[in-house]
Design a protein around this ligand. Structure first.
Ligand code: ADP
Ligand code: MG
Length: 399
């Protein structure tokens, strides 16, 4: 789960990390009001979307010469103008894809005079099973480009969870950023704050780009991208409230209401499977037979009829879906429950595409009987290979 920059900064400030003063705004008037609370003389009006590269981004509605999603303003009128041009318009950045993202929130923040920009990130390194700290002197630019062109300018250290963050980690980061004296101390303090925030919120990623040295010698976070481990959100109801559903795929949002793991893909065969591993295998075998899956969907181990019905409706709401493959191994989940869910959903939604069902496991005979007696045009399959072959053939035939 990701949050906006302004939310990330408010969070980091609570952990003692220095951020410039700023306020979120949902309207042009709120943006102007926000700027009045700031010291000036320089204000920065920033589009809040869950994507980076906003500064260099372009608004679809404004033409190629217009400024991007991070704008400097010196007067009330300039704040008003910037806010008016951004709110409601679509910002396209290297991270949004060509369709871009509509700007619905702004952040109006104090403009600082930057002496130098750095990159500093904390993330979970799956190879070592530790939190990794990535630091670079090349801040303010795309870190992927830095990694590609000048990998020697990126320093990565990992933190042993048994010791936690140690003073030598702070010194290592300061050295990587070529900071000395008071700035080295500030770097260690920033790192401590970020590390505490990372642990305290069950974060999966905290990326600061840029971390800036101001002309008055302050180390400050100017941009922050924070993501949390969704599986830990039950421990943080306050953070869960920061979720902005307008930033997420509507079908994935709907799926999450039912605790379904759904990810939209580009193909045309919808899949409903229980278990992530089986879902992956199902997608593989669809590809093996020359077609592409329209989604990943794991209905989980203990799904009930309501969940299966919801899953079915979500798959069918995707206009790209030309056929559906249901592949269920009934372990904890009983095949007859699945069968009832499929029938209930197929009756509710107008099932206009071929449906192949492969059931195996607990109560499989009962499940098959329910499907066969439903009167619906459901094709039964005996095993996974058979099921994939059948759905691909059905979709090709219908095309
Ligand atoms: P993005 O990474 O999405 O483009 P950033 O917040 O990193 O957005 O802003 C882009 C650039 O704008 C930064 O690298 C920095 O140079 C400048 N910038 C951002 N916030 C401020 C600020 N508060 N004061 C001065 N410059 C800023
Ligand atoms: Mg940035």
């Amino acid at each position: 789960m990701n949050i906006h920059e302004y939310q990330a900064k408010e969070l980091l400030a609570k952990f003692g990390v220095a951020v410039p003063q700023g306020y979120a705004a949902m309207s042009v008037e709120e943006a102007v009001e926000a700027s009045k609370k700031l010291p000036g003389p320089l204000y920065v009006v920033k589009a809040q979307i869950h994507a980076g590269g906003r500064g260099k981004g372009k608004f679809k509605e404004l033409g190629p010469d217009a400024k991007g999603g991070v704008r400097l303003a010196r007067t009330e009128d300039e704040v008003r103008h910037a806010a008016g041009e951004m709110l409601g318009n679509t910002l396209v950045t290297i991270q949004t894809g060509a369709e871009g993202k509509q700007v619905q929130r702004l952040y109006v923040t104090d403009g600082v005079d930057i002496a130098k920009e750095f990159y500093l990130a904390l993330l979970v390194d799956r190879a070592t099973g530790r939190i990794a700290v990535v630091a670079s002197t090349e801040g303010g630019m795309d870190i992927e480009d830095v990694a590609h062109n000048t990998p020697e300018k990126i320093t990565t250290i990992t933190i042993d969870p048994a010791t936690g963050l140690m003073p030598h980690h702070g010194r290592a980061v300061a050295a990587a950023l070529k900071l000395e004296g008071d700035l080295a101390k500030q770097a260690a303090k920033v790192l401590q704050g970020l590390y505490n925030a990372f642990l305290g919120t069950d974060a999966s990623q905290i990326e600061i780009n840029p971390l800036a040295v101001t002309d008055t010698g302050q180390l400050m976070v100017l941009d922050a991208k924070v993501g949390f481990d969704s599986n830990a959100m039950f421990r943080h109801p306050d953070l869960a409230e920061l979720r902005d559903l307008t930033e997420e795929d509507p079908m994935e949002v709907e799926a999450s209401k039912y605790d379904l793991a759904y990810i939209k893909l580009d193909g045309d065969i919808g899949c409903m499977v229980n278990g992530a591993g089986l879902a992956m295998a199902t997608m593989d075998i669809i590809k093996l037979h020359g077609a592409f899956p329209a989604n990943f969907l794991d209905v989980g181990g203990g799904a009930n009829k309501e969940k299966v019905t919801a899953a079915f409706k979500i798959i069918l709401s995707d206009p790209a879906v030309k056929g559906i493959l249901v592949n269920i191994f009934g372990g904890i989940m009983r095949c007859d429950i699945i069968a009832e869910g499929i029938i209930a959903a197929a009756k509710e939604v107008n099932l206009g595409v071929p449906l192949v069902v492969r059931l195996e496991g607990t109560n499989v005979e009962e499940g098959k009987r329910i499907l066969a007696e439903s009167g619906l045009p459901i094709v039964a399959a005996n095993d996974l290979g058979d099921a994939a072959q059948k759905i691909v053939a059905q979709v090709k035939q219908a095309a």
